[in-house]
Design a protein around this ligand. Structure first.
Ligand code: MG
Length: 402
């Protein structure tokens, strides 16, 4: 039966054709240890603890759980689950819980399958964390398959493009020791063609302001300066540091307080004329709903590899549009997560800017067979079928964590 047959009573599998049934789902945990990047194994402290959120759990490398879904016809789709800090955990959830629900199902029925998997566990309280990251990676892989079967990039399947290049900012200037080091690091981003960059803060008002002031002086008044506090402060301390940051023309305040402190966000937003941002630690549209209803944020940053994949992130974007709030997808991950974020960014009207993470990351820079095209503060949206990228599987194998 044709894929465009809409006759009443059709069977879902008939529509897809039996060849689009899911034959296998593989979860591939990846780790790229930072120690491999430094010949003497002496990884600098700023890389182990690039942000306030890594103060108690060092980040020893780049992590990801890749998903590879294959259909009966042999079409392969790839997805990514947010891997930090234990990619093998997500892989086990995929193998034990999710894959058995999906084998033999129609790979093109993305919305149906998302709901089927989510509802399998939501009644038991599994609505966030590793379980949602596992769902996310599989969903992205199914969208990659759908694009490959239909011969179109995901952004066209979603009704785009609204844009064929995506505005990005450089992230992060990590938590370096001296303000002068932060200034030099930030300046290198401007020299590379970025028009906006993000500085990691959360070390106390005095240290934070010293680094922000040095960066502002180094980059001049024309470059947008964003800061990310990674939930380091209580609201009263955040108010103090934000007041001083505004004097440095900081225009973007990200995660100043704990993720569940909606009232704290509201307090800061009411007090200051600044773009208040969160979202990388939120899962599904229901988490975002609470912030939107409270009027607590200006821009949200869903990470597709954890918030629920493309299916759910598109709904999050639509929900935000309803509240006249823009999305600015979070940017930590591999080439697969980057490609997925670019596809979504091209396909929604309320896209603001994408976080182009520049920490050393072979999983982002070395797994795709063709590089992402960056110029003048913009990334080009891949135009090939599906996510628009192909992986070098021999390179993937080099980073397997089991
Ligand atoms: Mg952040």
């Amino acid at each position: 039966m044709s894929i465009i047959d809409t006759s009443p009573g059709m069977d879902r599998l008939d529509v897809a054709g039996a060849g689009s049934r899911i034959r296998s789902i593989e979860a591939i945990p990846l780790i790229a240890p930072f120690s491999r990047l430094y010949r003497d194994g002496d990884v600098p402290g700023w890389l182990l603890q690039p942000a306030a959120s890594h103060r108690t759990l060092e980040r020893k490398g780049q992590y990801s759980t890749l998903i590879r879904v294959t259909t009966e016809d042999g079409v392969v789709g790839v997805g990514e689950c947010y891997g930090l800090p234990a990619p093998r955990v997500t892989a086990q959830i995929v193998r034990d819980i999710i894959a058995p629900l999906l084998i033999g199902e129609d790979a093109l029925a993305t919305d149906y399958l998302w709901s089927r998997v989510f509802s399998s566990m939501s009644g038991g309280g599994q609505v966030r964390g590793y379980f949602l990251e596992a769902i996310s990676g599989i969903d992205v892989a199914l969208w990659d398959i759908k694009g490959k079967v239909l011969g179109l990039p995901v952004h066209r399947l979603l009704g785009g493009p609204h844009r064929d290049r995506v505005e990005v900012y450089a992230s992060p200037v990590p938590m370096l020791d001296e303000p002068g080091e932060s200034a030099d690091y930030a300046r290198s981003f401007v020299d590379a063609g970025f028009h906006a960059l993000k500085l990691k803060l959360g070390r106390g008002t005095r240290v934070d302001i010293a680094h922000a002031a040095a960066v502002r002086q180094a980059i001049g008044p024309e470059v947008d300066l964003y800061v990310d506090l990674n939930c380091a402060y209580t609201a009263d301390r955040a108010v103090d540091v934000v007041r001083r940051l505004i004097d440095l023309d900081v225009t973007w305040i990200e995660e100043p307080v704990a993720v569940d402190d909606v009232a704290g966000y509201r307090r800061i937003r009411d007090a200051f004329p600044v773009t208040l941002v969160n979202g990388e630690t939120l899962f599904t549209r229901w988490d975002f709903r609470d912030y939107l209803q409270a009027g607590a944020v200006d821009v949200v940053m869903p990470n597709l590899a954890r918030a629920g994949g493309i299916t759910e992130s598109r709904k999050i974007a639509a929900l935000c549009e309803t509240f006249h709030v823009d999305i600015a997808p979070h940017g930590v991950g591999s080439a697969v997560g980057l490609a997925a974020a670019l596809q979504l960014s091209a396909s929604v009207p309320n896209f603001r800017i994408y976080e182009y993470n520049r920490l050393p990351n072979p999983l982002r820079d070395e797994l795709a067979t063709t590089p992402f095209e960056f110029s003048d503060g913009m990334l080009r949206v891949p135009s090939g079928p599906g996510l628009g990228i192909e992986l070098d599987w021999s390179r993937v194998d080099e980073f397997r964590a089991e």
